[in-house]
Write a protein that binds this ligand. Structure first.
Ligand code: G3P
Ligand code: CA
Length: 343
Protein backbone atom coordinates (compact mmCIF):
# COMPACT_ATOMS: atom_id res chain seq x y z
CA UNK A 1 0.00 0.00 0.00
CA UNK A 2 2.80 2.30 1.02
CA UNK A 3 4.68 1.46 -2.19
CA UNK A 4 1.55 2.10 -4.28
CA UNK A 5 1.04 5.42 -2.55
CA UNK A 6 4.64 6.44 -3.24
CA UNK A 7 4.38 5.32 -6.87
CA UNK A 8 1.22 7.30 -7.50
CA UNK A 9 2.82 10.32 -5.85
CA UNK A 10 5.82 10.02 -8.19
CA UNK A 11 3.48 9.63 -11.18
CA UNK A 12 1.50 12.70 -10.19
CA UNK A 13 4.66 14.75 -9.74
CA UNK A 14 6.01 13.55 -13.12
CA UNK A 15 2.71 14.46 -14.81
CA UNK A 16 2.81 17.86 -13.13
CA UNK A 17 6.38 18.58 -14.33
CA UNK A 18 5.45 17.41 -17.86
CA UNK A 19 2.32 19.56 -17.95
CA UNK A 20 4.42 22.60 -16.98
CA UNK A 21 6.99 21.59 -19.61
CA UNK A 22 4.35 21.48 -22.37
CA UNK A 23 2.73 24.68 -21.18
CA UNK A 24 6.12 26.44 -21.53
CA UNK A 25 6.79 24.68 -24.83
CA UNK A 26 3.65 26.24 -26.32
CA UNK A 27 4.05 29.74 -24.87
CA UNK A 28 5.53 32.56 -26.94
CA UNK A 29 9.32 32.63 -26.73
CA UNK A 30 10.77 35.99 -25.77
CA UNK A 31 13.59 37.71 -27.59
CA UNK A 32 15.29 40.00 -25.08
CA UNK A 33 17.64 42.47 -26.77
CA UNK A 34 20.68 42.36 -24.51
CA UNK A 35 21.81 45.93 -23.82
CA UNK A 36 19.94 46.88 -27.03
CA UNK A 37 20.91 45.50 -30.41
CA UNK A 38 24.45 45.42 -29.07
CA UNK A 39 25.75 43.11 -31.79
CA UNK A 40 25.30 46.04 -34.21
CA UNK A 41 25.25 49.34 -32.28
CA UNK A 42 27.16 50.13 -29.05
CA UNK A 43 25.43 48.82 -25.94
CA UNK A 44 23.05 50.94 -23.88
CA UNK A 45 22.54 53.74 -26.39
CA UNK A 46 19.35 55.30 -27.75
CA UNK A 47 20.33 54.10 -31.23
CA UNK A 48 20.83 50.53 -30.00
CA UNK A 49 17.38 50.59 -28.38
CA UNK A 50 15.73 51.88 -31.55
CA UNK A 51 17.54 49.22 -33.56
CA UNK A 52 16.36 46.51 -31.14
CA UNK A 53 12.80 47.75 -31.61
CA UNK A 54 13.16 47.81 -35.41
CA UNK A 55 14.58 44.28 -35.41
CA UNK A 56 11.49 43.01 -33.59
CA UNK A 57 12.74 42.40 -30.04
CA UNK A 58 10.03 41.64 -27.49
CA UNK A 59 11.96 43.15 -24.59
CA UNK A 60 14.83 45.62 -24.22
CA UNK A 61 17.38 44.67 -21.60
CA UNK A 62 18.75 47.61 -19.62
CA UNK A 63 21.35 47.51 -16.85
CA UNK A 64 21.11 50.44 -14.47
CA UNK A 65 23.53 52.08 -12.05
CA UNK A 66 23.25 55.31 -10.05
CA UNK A 67 25.09 58.60 -10.29
CA UNK A 68 26.43 60.48 -7.26
CA UNK A 69 23.29 62.64 -7.25
CA UNK A 70 20.93 59.66 -7.33
CA UNK A 71 19.88 59.32 -10.99
CA UNK A 72 19.52 55.91 -12.61
CA UNK A 73 21.56 55.75 -15.78
CA UNK A 74 21.65 52.96 -18.33
CA UNK A 75 25.07 51.36 -18.07
CA UNK A 76 26.42 47.86 -17.51
CA UNK A 77 29.62 48.60 -15.59
CA UNK A 78 30.03 50.44 -12.30
CA UNK A 79 32.97 52.14 -14.02
CA UNK A 80 32.96 54.31 -17.14
CA UNK A 81 36.32 53.30 -18.60
CA UNK A 82 35.34 50.49 -21.00
CA UNK A 83 32.48 52.21 -22.83
CA UNK A 84 33.02 56.00 -22.66
CA UNK A 85 35.64 58.66 -23.32
CA UNK A 86 35.75 59.60 -19.61
CA UNK A 87 39.56 59.67 -19.55
CA UNK A 88 39.61 62.46 -22.16
CA UNK A 89 36.85 64.49 -20.52
CA UNK A 90 37.92 64.20 -16.88
CA UNK A 91 41.70 63.62 -16.74
CA UNK A 92 42.74 63.41 -13.11
CA UNK A 93 39.38 62.22 -11.73
CA UNK A 94 40.34 58.54 -11.43
CA UNK A 95 39.71 56.63 -8.22
CA UNK A 96 42.41 54.90 -6.15
CA UNK A 97 42.27 51.89 -8.47
CA UNK A 98 42.87 54.17 -11.50
CA UNK A 99 39.25 53.79 -12.66
CA UNK A 100 36.35 56.18 -13.09
CA UNK A 101 33.33 55.19 -10.97
CA UNK A 102 29.87 56.21 -12.15
CA UNK A 103 29.04 56.88 -8.49
CA UNK A 104 31.75 59.58 -8.25
CA UNK A 105 30.16 61.73 -10.98
CA UNK A 106 26.85 63.57 -11.04
CA UNK A 107 24.43 63.37 -13.95
CA UNK A 108 25.51 66.69 -15.51
CA UNK A 109 29.07 65.37 -15.65
CA UNK A 110 27.99 61.98 -17.06
CA UNK A 111 26.09 63.80 -19.80
CA UNK A 112 29.37 65.37 -21.02
CA UNK A 113 30.65 61.91 -21.98
CA UNK A 114 30.39 60.03 -25.26
CA UNK A 115 29.69 56.29 -25.40
CA UNK A 116 31.62 54.04 -27.74
CA UNK A 117 31.72 50.33 -28.56
CA UNK A 118 32.95 48.25 -25.59
CA UNK A 119 36.70 48.03 -25.17
CA UNK A 120 38.88 45.63 -23.23
CA UNK A 121 39.75 47.15 -19.83
CA UNK A 122 43.31 45.85 -20.19
CA UNK A 123 44.27 46.50 -23.81
CA UNK A 124 41.67 49.15 -24.76
CA UNK A 125 41.08 47.19 -27.98
CA UNK A 126 37.52 46.43 -29.11
CA UNK A 127 36.04 43.58 -27.08
CA UNK A 128 34.18 42.39 -30.20
CA UNK A 129 36.38 43.29 -33.18
CA UNK A 130 33.72 42.63 -35.84
CA UNK A 131 31.18 45.02 -34.31
CA UNK A 132 30.63 48.79 -34.58
CA UNK A 133 33.89 50.77 -34.93
CA UNK A 134 35.27 51.72 -31.53
CA UNK A 135 36.60 55.06 -32.85
CA UNK A 136 33.08 56.40 -33.34
CA UNK A 137 32.38 58.27 -30.11
CA UNK A 138 29.00 59.66 -31.07
CA UNK A 139 26.49 58.44 -28.47
CA UNK A 140 25.35 59.88 -25.14
CA UNK A 141 24.75 58.06 -21.86
CA UNK A 142 20.97 57.63 -21.46
CA UNK A 143 19.14 57.95 -18.17
CA UNK A 144 16.60 55.24 -17.49
CA UNK A 145 13.86 57.88 -17.53
CA UNK A 146 14.88 58.93 -21.07
CA UNK A 147 15.09 55.32 -22.23
CA UNK A 148 11.57 54.60 -20.96
CA UNK A 149 10.26 57.69 -22.79
CA UNK A 150 11.96 56.46 -25.98
CA UNK A 151 10.50 52.96 -25.75
CA UNK A 152 7.02 54.25 -24.93
CA UNK A 153 7.32 56.69 -27.83
CA UNK A 154 8.20 53.89 -30.25
CA UNK A 155 5.31 51.79 -28.96
CA UNK A 156 2.94 54.69 -29.66
CA UNK A 157 4.25 55.73 -33.06
CA UNK A 158 4.65 52.19 -34.47
CA UNK A 159 1.84 50.52 -32.51
CA UNK A 160 3.87 47.58 -31.23
CA UNK A 161 4.93 47.21 -27.62
CA UNK A 162 8.51 46.43 -26.64
CA UNK A 163 8.79 45.57 -22.96
CA UNK A 164 11.53 46.57 -20.53
CA UNK A 165 13.81 44.10 -18.76
CA UNK A 166 15.74 46.10 -16.18
CA UNK A 167 18.71 44.85 -14.17
CA UNK A 168 19.69 46.54 -10.91
CA UNK A 169 23.48 46.37 -10.94
CA UNK A 170 25.29 45.85 -7.61
CA UNK A 171 22.56 47.14 -5.29
CA UNK A 172 24.67 46.33 -2.19
CA UNK A 173 27.48 48.63 -3.36
CA UNK A 174 24.97 51.44 -3.98
CA UNK A 175 23.53 50.96 -0.51
CA UNK A 176 27.02 51.43 0.98
CA UNK A 177 26.97 54.86 -0.70
CA UNK A 178 23.58 55.60 0.87
CA UNK A 179 21.80 55.18 -2.46
CA UNK A 180 18.75 52.95 -2.89
CA UNK A 181 18.46 51.92 -6.55
CA UNK A 182 15.58 49.48 -5.91
CA UNK A 183 13.33 52.11 -4.36
CA UNK A 184 14.35 54.73 -6.94
CA UNK A 185 13.53 52.26 -9.70
CA UNK A 186 10.08 51.41 -8.34
CA UNK A 187 9.24 55.12 -7.99
CA UNK A 188 10.32 55.83 -11.56
CA UNK A 189 8.38 52.84 -12.91
CA UNK A 190 5.28 53.89 -10.99
CA UNK A 191 5.62 57.37 -12.50
CA UNK A 192 5.60 55.73 -15.95
CA UNK A 193 2.62 53.52 -15.12
CA UNK A 194 4.38 50.19 -14.54
CA UNK A 195 2.91 48.60 -11.40
CA UNK A 196 1.31 45.25 -12.21
CA UNK A 197 2.36 41.72 -13.10
CA UNK A 198 0.58 42.13 -16.43
CA UNK A 199 2.70 45.18 -17.38
CA UNK A 200 5.37 44.54 -20.04
CA UNK A 201 8.29 44.66 -17.68
CA UNK A 202 10.66 42.43 -15.71
CA UNK A 203 13.08 43.48 -12.96
CA UNK A 204 16.18 41.29 -12.71
CA UNK A 205 19.04 41.08 -10.25
CA UNK A 206 21.82 38.71 -9.22
CA UNK A 207 21.20 39.80 -5.61
CA UNK A 208 18.49 37.68 -4.01
CA UNK A 209 18.13 39.99 -0.99
CA UNK A 210 17.23 42.89 -3.28
CA UNK A 211 14.59 40.82 -5.08
CA UNK A 212 13.13 39.63 -1.76
CA UNK A 213 13.01 43.21 -0.55
CA UNK A 214 11.22 44.29 -3.75
CA UNK A 215 8.64 41.53 -3.29
CA UNK A 216 8.12 41.50 0.48
CA UNK A 217 9.02 44.99 1.75
CA UNK A 218 8.11 47.14 -1.24
CA UNK A 219 5.36 44.66 -2.13
CA UNK A 220 5.83 45.13 -5.85
CA UNK A 221 3.55 43.15 -8.15
CA UNK A 222 5.97 43.51 -11.08
CA UNK A 223 7.56 40.32 -12.39
CA UNK A 224 10.97 39.55 -10.89
CA UNK A 225 13.77 37.43 -12.32
CA UNK A 226 16.56 35.91 -10.24
CA UNK A 227 19.76 36.00 -12.28
CA UNK A 228 22.03 33.04 -11.60
CA UNK A 229 25.79 33.43 -11.73
CA UNK A 230 28.68 31.47 -10.28
CA UNK A 231 29.94 32.17 -6.77
CA UNK A 232 33.50 32.74 -7.98
CA UNK A 233 32.37 35.70 -10.12
CA UNK A 234 31.81 37.59 -6.85
CA UNK A 235 28.80 39.46 -8.20
CA UNK A 236 26.83 39.41 -4.98
CA UNK A 237 26.62 37.77 -1.56
CA UNK A 238 23.97 35.44 -3.05
CA UNK A 239 24.92 31.74 -2.91
CA UNK A 240 24.28 30.60 -6.49
CA UNK A 241 25.33 27.00 -5.81
CA UNK A 242 22.47 26.76 -3.33
CA UNK A 243 20.02 28.63 -5.58
CA UNK A 244 20.58 26.11 -8.40
CA UNK A 245 19.55 23.20 -6.13
CA UNK A 246 16.02 21.83 -5.67
CA UNK A 247 15.60 23.72 -2.40
CA UNK A 248 17.14 26.83 -3.87
CA UNK A 249 14.70 26.90 -6.79
CA UNK A 250 11.82 26.36 -4.36
CA UNK A 251 13.00 29.40 -2.42
CA UNK A 252 13.36 31.47 -5.60
CA UNK A 253 9.79 30.60 -6.60
CA UNK A 254 8.55 32.26 -3.40
CA UNK A 255 9.71 35.74 -4.51
CA UNK A 256 10.51 35.57 -8.25
CA UNK A 257 8.69 34.62 -11.44
CA UNK A 258 11.66 33.14 -13.18
CA UNK A 259 15.40 32.72 -13.47
CA UNK A 260 18.05 34.13 -15.77
CA UNK A 261 20.82 31.50 -15.75
CA UNK A 262 24.15 31.65 -17.58
CA UNK A 263 23.75 29.51 -20.70
CA UNK A 264 26.54 27.15 -19.57
CA UNK A 265 24.49 26.38 -16.44
CA UNK A 266 21.71 25.06 -18.70
CA UNK A 267 23.55 23.06 -21.36
CA UNK A 268 27.04 21.72 -20.83
CA UNK A 269 27.59 20.22 -24.29
CA UNK A 270 26.36 17.59 -26.71
CA UNK A 271 26.64 13.85 -26.14
CA UNK A 272 27.83 11.22 -28.68
CA UNK A 273 24.30 10.90 -30.13
CA UNK A 274 24.02 14.64 -30.75
CA UNK A 275 21.67 15.25 -27.83
CA UNK A 276 22.09 18.31 -25.62
CA UNK A 277 23.36 17.63 -22.11
CA UNK A 278 20.85 19.52 -20.02
CA UNK A 279 21.56 20.22 -16.36
CA UNK A 280 19.25 19.51 -13.40
CA UNK A 281 18.70 23.23 -13.04
CA UNK A 282 16.01 23.06 -15.70
CA UNK A 283 13.97 20.39 -13.95
CA UNK A 284 14.49 22.12 -10.58
CA UNK A 285 13.16 25.37 -12.05
CA UNK A 286 10.25 23.79 -13.97
CA UNK A 287 9.10 21.96 -10.86
CA UNK A 288 8.24 25.39 -9.46
CA UNK A 289 6.88 26.76 -12.74
CA UNK A 290 9.68 29.31 -13.05
CA UNK A 291 10.32 31.06 -16.35
CA UNK A 292 13.77 30.36 -17.78
CA UNK A 293 15.57 33.14 -19.70
CA UNK A 294 19.26 32.23 -20.16
CA UNK A 295 22.01 34.75 -21.09
CA UNK A 296 23.86 35.70 -23.34
CA UNK A 297 23.46 34.47 -26.92
CA UNK A 298 26.08 35.96 -29.24
CA UNK A 299 26.52 34.98 -32.87
CA UNK A 300 30.14 36.14 -32.71
CA UNK A 301 30.99 34.18 -29.54
CA UNK A 302 29.60 30.67 -29.84
CA UNK A 303 30.10 27.89 -27.29
CA UNK A 304 32.51 25.22 -28.53
CA UNK A 305 29.82 22.52 -28.88
CA UNK A 306 28.05 24.26 -31.81
CA UNK A 307 29.21 25.48 -35.19
CA UNK A 308 26.43 27.99 -35.88
CA UNK A 309 24.13 30.37 -34.04
CA UNK A 310 21.11 28.59 -35.49
CA UNK A 311 22.31 25.31 -34.03
CA UNK A 312 22.64 26.98 -30.63
CA UNK A 313 19.14 28.47 -30.85
CA UNK A 314 17.76 25.10 -31.88
CA UNK A 315 19.25 23.42 -28.80
CA UNK A 316 17.84 26.00 -26.39
CA UNK A 317 14.45 26.65 -28.00
CA UNK A 318 13.71 23.19 -29.31
CA UNK A 319 15.47 20.75 -26.99
CA UNK A 320 15.57 22.61 -23.67
CA UNK A 321 12.37 24.55 -24.37
CA UNK A 322 13.46 27.69 -22.57
CA UNK A 323 11.03 30.63 -22.43
CA UNK A 324 13.26 33.33 -23.89
CA UNK A 325 16.85 34.41 -24.39
CA UNK A 326 19.03 37.43 -23.83
CA UNK A 327 20.80 38.06 -27.11
CA UNK A 328 23.02 40.70 -28.71
CA UNK A 329 21.50 39.71 -32.08
CA UNK A 330 17.71 40.01 -31.67
CA UNK A 331 17.02 39.80 -35.41
CA UNK A 332 18.57 36.32 -35.64
CA UNK A 333 16.45 35.02 -32.76
CA UNK A 334 13.29 36.67 -34.15
CA UNK A 335 13.96 34.99 -37.53
CA UNK A 336 14.64 31.64 -35.91
CA UNK A 337 11.35 31.73 -34.00
CA UNK A 338 9.45 32.82 -37.12
CA UNK A 339 10.95 29.99 -39.16
CA UNK A 340 10.44 27.37 -36.44
CA UNK A 341 6.94 28.11 -35.14
CA UNK A 342 6.58 24.81 -33.27
CA UNK A 343 9.42 25.80 -30.94
O1 G3P B 1 20.98 40.33 -17.26
C1 G3P B 1 21.23 39.18 -17.98
C2 G3P B 1 22.63 39.27 -18.40
O2 G3P B 1 22.74 40.52 -18.99
C3 G3P B 1 23.54 39.16 -17.22
O3 G3P B 1 24.82 39.45 -17.56
O4 G3P B 1 26.73 40.86 -17.23
O5 G3P B 1 25.42 41.07 -19.32
O6 G3P B 1 24.51 41.94 -17.20
P1 G3P B 1 25.37 40.90 -17.85
CA1 CA C 1 22.27 42.49 -17.61
Amino acid sequence: MNVMFKLSKIMLLTMFVFSIYFQHANAKKLVIAHRGASGYIPEHTFSGAVMAYALGADYLELDVVMTKDGHLIVMHDLTLDATTNVEDVFPGRKNKKAKYNVIDLNLNEIKLLKVHERSSRQTKDASFPSRFPIEAQIFEVPTLDEMILLVKGLSKSFGRNMGLYIELKAPEIHRKHKLDPAKTLLNLLKHHGYQDASDPIFIQSFDSETLKSLRFEHKTRLRLIQLIGENQWRLSATDFTYLKSKNGMKEVSQYADGIGPWMNQVVTGIDFSGKAQITDLIENARRHDLLIHPYTFRADRLPSYVSSFEELLNIFFNEVQIDGIFTDFPDLAVDYIKNNPRN
